[in-house]
Design a protein around this ligand. Structure first.
Ligand SMILES: [Ca+2]
Ligand SMILES: [Ca+2]
Length: 444
């Protein structure tokens, strides 16, 4: 039986737990005055003795009633709440600080506060003194951090009540009816605070209805180059494009997209494409020069022997000279091949100090460098011609010959070409010492 009672009580208590309102009305009674000490019907609250004599002050206490109604109306209902105080004193002139807080769900727009004043009596039922009341017909609750508040003075005949009223939506509730819920957060479900209407106010760099979309203005190579619009869309900075604005718009190049370049293939504008990394002009094949207007095609045939220099000029291959690199010249230091270097046109130029004796500067006369003067058989003329000393003959001036016409040496002259002995007429033999047979026969 007891158990059953407890459980029923528990159920009742559960139902009676006031549901968490979305707002509060707080009434703080400040002052009460009733200088006439009389009630609504003009009768005295109390007498010193029974029911006659001058009025004695009331033993005042209050029944507070707070009700709400739609904006513009008033109500007698205490649908927000009611509360009763104890006796505040017996002088009918009091200052105090009696605070009562009431919660409500949806605020309707108007609030009515009625303060019933009662006189406590010891031996009879309490006397009703009066009921100062006030209705605020259009009220917008403040927020939890910034409540609506007003000091009010209520009167009913000679009774005056001063009170302070606060009305505010509970934490996280906003708006004229405190029904707009907004809970500031900063996690994957949202990144926002709330304004005083309960609207989400995205935190810095967050966008969208629930502020779940992030956008941070960037201007660097790894993140991109953009600002953010009000919806959190990336707005590429000037000359950038692409989803993250990492790509230069057409015809702009370089790490800052600051180099302008349009590919060309015409004699007027040049012949080049644009290098992706920095927008530098990159000449098409066979085109050279800063503007790629100089054409050059390497060759190595009868029409020329050259590669192409950076500016498109012909760069002759080794040994080739002349405007079209058609003149061949290779420096030589060789008795047979010559002794020369080459000038810019490919002309042979004899090495310094070597007399130019013929077309390829080859030497036809080497100075005779035999050890003694007697042994030297020739000298070289200014022109490089080898000049045999007297009695010496042959290419190397190595053949010795002196003409004779006597019995000791013989009878001969010398051949100018090779220094060989040429017998005089009538003589023969190695040294022309013997009369020739033909001559003998002729004599005889
Ligand atoms: Ca009384
Ligand atoms: Ca009394």
């Amino acid at each position: 039986m007891l158990l059953s009672f407890v459980s029923v009580a528990a159920v009742i208590l559960t139902f009676m737990v006031p549901c968490e309102g979305t707002g509060h009305a707080v009434v703080t009674l400040r002052k009460y005055k009733n200088p006439s000490h009389r009630m609504y019907n003009n009768k005295c609250c109390d007498h010193r003795f029974l029911n006659f004599g001058r009025c004695y002050p009331c033993d005042a206490y209050f029944k507070l009633c707070v009700g709400q109604s739609v904006s513009g109306s008033s109500t007698r209902s205490c649908n927000i709440g009611r509360s009763e105080t104890g006796v505040v004193g017996d002088r009918d002139d009091h200052a105090f600080n009696i605070r009562r807080a009431f919660s409500f769900n949806t605020f309707q727009g108007a609030i009515t506060i009625r303060v019933e004043v009662w006189d406590k009596d010891k031996y009879t039922s309490d006397d009703y003194v009066g009921c100062p009341s006030i209705t605020l017909r259009s009220l917008t609750p403040g927020t939890y951090g910034n409540p609506f508040q007003k000091s009010l003075t209520l009167t009913d005949r000679g009774v005056t009540i001063a009170l302070d009223l606060q009305v505010y939506c509970d934490k996280n509730y906003y708006g004229p009816s405190c029904s707009a819920k907004c809970v500031p957060r900063d996690d994957s479900s949202g990144h926002y605070t709330c304004d005083n209407q309960g609207r989400k106010v995205c935190r810095r760099h967050w966008y969208g209805m629930s502020c779940t979309r992030s956008c941070i203005p960037r201007d660097d190579p790894s993140n991109g180059h953009f600002n953010c619009d009000k919806e959190g869309n990336k707005i590429c900075l000037s000359r950038w494009e692409g989803p993250s604005c990492k790509r230069c718009v057409t015809n702009w190049f370089g790490s800052r997209c600051s180099t302008y370049c349009v590919a060309q293939d015409s004699d007027e504008q040049g012949h080049y494409k644009c290098r992706l990394v920095d927008g530098a002009k990159e000449c098409l094949p066979s085109w050279f020069g800063n503007e790629c207007r100089a054409q050059c095609i390497p060759r190595d045939d009868d029409s020329g022997h050259y590669s192409c220099a950076h500016d498109g000029s012909k760069a002759c291959l080794l040994g080739w000279y002349g405007e079209n690199c058609t003149v061949f010249c290779v420096p030589q230091i060789d008795d047979q091949l010559g002794n020369y270097t080459c000038d810019n046109e490919g002309n042979m130029v004899c090495w310094d100090g070597v007399p130019r004796f013929d077309a390829n500067c080859s030497l036809t006369c080497l100075v005779d460098e035999k050890p003694t003067a007697e042994q030297i058989t020739y000298n070289c003329t200014e022109e490089g011609v080898k000049e045999c000393h007297p009695s010496w003959y042959g290419l190397e001036c190595a053949e010795y010959c002196v003409p004779h016409n006597n019995t000791v040496h013989g009878h001969y002259t010398c051949d100018e070409r090779d220094g060989s002995k040429v017998c005089l007429k009538g003589w023969e033999g190695k040294n022309c010492r013997y009369p020739s047979q033909e001559w003998v026969f002729t004599i005889e």
